[in-house]
Write a protein that binds this ligand. Structure first.
Ligand code: PHE
Ligand code: FE
Length: 286
């Protein structure tokens, strides 16, 4: 799978989805009754494939939350999930037509609203989709919002995004999002686990990222991540590995303005870089 990056979200014209009915914040009604039986059946197939893959591969928080979300049988109704999510962490889901502009995206996150795309991919896109759909957004992103630390982290990310727009730091912040929220790995006593939504909604990368010999798996370091280019049209060449969400939260809490200033003076690193002295963690056994 690959997904358009935050930087590319603003290029309005070619986006999939019906933007004619959204409000100023790009929010729409989910119109759940408009989904067809075929779409619910496709959701069920996507869910079942992925639910089989995540045990032993996704972090515990993801597995535990997913089980509570009751989304296995049909495309979920966002308002029902919001009820449970709001009780857990104060977050709510809002329906959007698809990718939204950076400013809108950050404003939603900063206010503890997670935008979820309403449309579902077509059957021929079962394995591979260019833009995020409801399966990626909901299955990949929503479970971790039930975790208090991750929930706070996502709000801070939204606030950080609003600041990055003003101080020209978006390139760097988008790389951080890519390598954590979308493609992050985590250590566990049982070995590496995935927490990134791009991985967890993908039929192939969820195994690849943990066990394939080719990619690098480097202990997370916030400025190193923000220096690193990424691939949008193939599996990742590098994954960054956190110890736990507390580490991610603490590493991203400082003011990034001085980081951005430093990063602007440095050359970006290719996606397959391993710097001298850097640790490349062993993959999990097959
Ligand atoms: N602390 C960051 C800043 O000052 C914002 C941020 C928080 C970014 C959490 C990502 C995640 O810009
Ligand atoms: Fe995503």
């Amino acid at each position: 799978d690959f997904f358009k990056t935050l930087e590319e979200k603003s290029d309005g014209g070619t986006l999939r989805g019906d933007y004619s009915r959204c409000d100023a914040n790009y929010v729409v009604q989910q119109d759940w009754s408009a989904y067809t039986p075929e779409q619910h059946a496709l959701w069920r197939r996507l869910y079942q494939r992925q639910a089989k893959l995540v045990p032993g591969r996704a972090c515990d928080v993801f597995i535990d939350s997913l089980a509570k979300m009751d989304a296995s049988e049909e495309i979920p109704r966002f308002d029902r999930t919001t009820e449970a999510l709001h009780k857990a962490t104060g977050w709510e889901l809002v329906a959007v037509p698809g990718l939204v502009p950076d400013l809108t995206f950050f404003e939603h996150l900063a206010n503890r609203r997670f935008p979820v795309t309403v449309w579902l991919r077509d059957p021929h896109e079962f394995d591979y989709i260019v833009e995020p759909d409801v399966f990626h957004d909901f299955f990949g992103h929503v479970p971790l919002l039930f975790n208090p630390i991750f929930a706070d982290h996502m709000q801070q990310y939204g606030q950080g995004g609003l600041k990055a727009l003003k101080v020209d730091g978006l390139t760097y912040l988008a790389r951080l999002y890519w390598y954590t929220v979308e493609f992050g790995l985590m250590e566990s006593p049982q070995g590496l686990r995935a927490y990134g939504a791009g991985i967890l909604s993908s039929g192939g990368e969820v195994e690849y990222c943990l066990t394939a010999p080719a990619p690098r798996r480097i202990p997370f370091e916030v400025e190193r991540v923000m220096r690193t280019l990424y691939k949008i049209d193939s599996y990742q060449e590098t994954y960054f590995v956190i110890r736990d969400f507390q580490q991610l939260f603490e590493a991203t809490t400082p003011d990034f303005t001085p980081y951005y200033e430093r990063l602007k003076t440095q050359e970006a690193l290719p996606a397959n870089t391993l710097l001298p002295g850097e640790i490349n963690l062993a993959p999990n056994p097959h």
